[in-house]
Design a protein around this ligand. Structure first.
Ligand code: PEP
Length: 261
């Protein structure tokens, strides 16, 4: 039975007060459940407030959107995995396309940041995905596998089973265009195959999420694809109604009774 992950990437939105209001509304809609995992990735300055607001809800996790590759030191303005961990984070996004394409982060930096997350005891969520030009050139799988290898290059095979991978085509992020379940399946299968090469049978344990313009209308069809182990959602996770609609997709898919309510 699939145990999907629903990850909300708030990007640069929701300060502590907004987050508090959001969580009050969301928690009222979302009862404690063991059949899926929900993770919030708030901005770094909001992370601790979200951690505190969730103190009674150990079923919901918090992650950091970006970390520096060093743990401490003279790196003004940066956030470290170790400090994020102290503030309540359990997960770290690594190599999100906005980090790669707006801030110029390389594959190599993604590998170093992944190592920093592992040192601090955070679960890395390694994001990979091709641009529109790369897709149109037929290079999707080549690009995704290159990013995957580089991101995991600092990890031991035995560690890989504890990681999460997110396939997020750049052309789908924040654009309203979504990969079809069949497109996502093709890439997820290629990622799984490469994970097997890197980590053997441990690769089966790695959840592979899809992200890119997921919303209440398309979440169900994407989640229905057997290779899609969860969703990483940006824009549609910013509103508590919309986010709870996406998270509750799984209840309605898993239980026909719930679907009729
Ligand atoms: C994201 O930021 O990871 C993302 C998938 O954004 P959106 O859902 O807005 O496309």
């Amino acid at each position: 039975m699939k145990h999907p992950i629903f990850a909300a990437n708030w990007k640069l939105n929701h300060g502590p007060a907004d987050a508090d209001a959001f969580l009050r509304q969301f928690l009222a809609y979302y009862p404690r459940t063991q059949d899926r995992t929900v993770i919030f990735f708030p901005p770094a300055l909001t992370l601790h407030a979200v951690h505190l607001a969730l103190k009674d809800r150990t079923d919901i996790k918090v992650g950091v959107q970006n970390i520096h590759s060093e743990d401490y030191g003279a790196f003004t303005g940066e956030n470290s995995a170790a400090i994020a961990r102290g503030a309540g984070a359990k997960y770290a996004l690594i190599g999100h396309s906005e980090r790669r394409h707006i801030f110029g982060e390389s594959d190599e930096q993604a590998g170093k940041k992944l190592a920093a997350a592992v040192r601090a005891g955070l679960t890395p969520v390694l994001c990979v995905g091709e641009t529109l030009a790369q897709r149109e050139a037929g290079d999707t799988v080549t690009v995704v596998i290159r990013q995957l290898r580089a991101g995991l290059s600092t990890a031991e095979p035995a560690q890989v089973a504890g990681f999460i991978v997110a396939y997020e085509p750049v052309w789908a992020i924040g654009t309203g265009k979504t990969a079809t379940p069949s497109d996502a399946t093709t890439v997820h299968l290629a990622i799984r195959e490469e994970l097997r090469t890197l980590a053997g049978e441990r690769a089966e344990a790695v959840p592979i999420l899809y992200g890119g313009s997921v919303n209440c209308g398309n979440a169900e069809s994407l989640l229905a694809a057997p290779e899609v182990n969860g969703l990483l959602v940006g824009g549609a996770s910013l509103d508590a109604d919309s986010w709870s609609g996406i998270v509750r997709t799984w209840a309605t898919m898993a239980s026909p009774l719930e679907r009729r309510r």
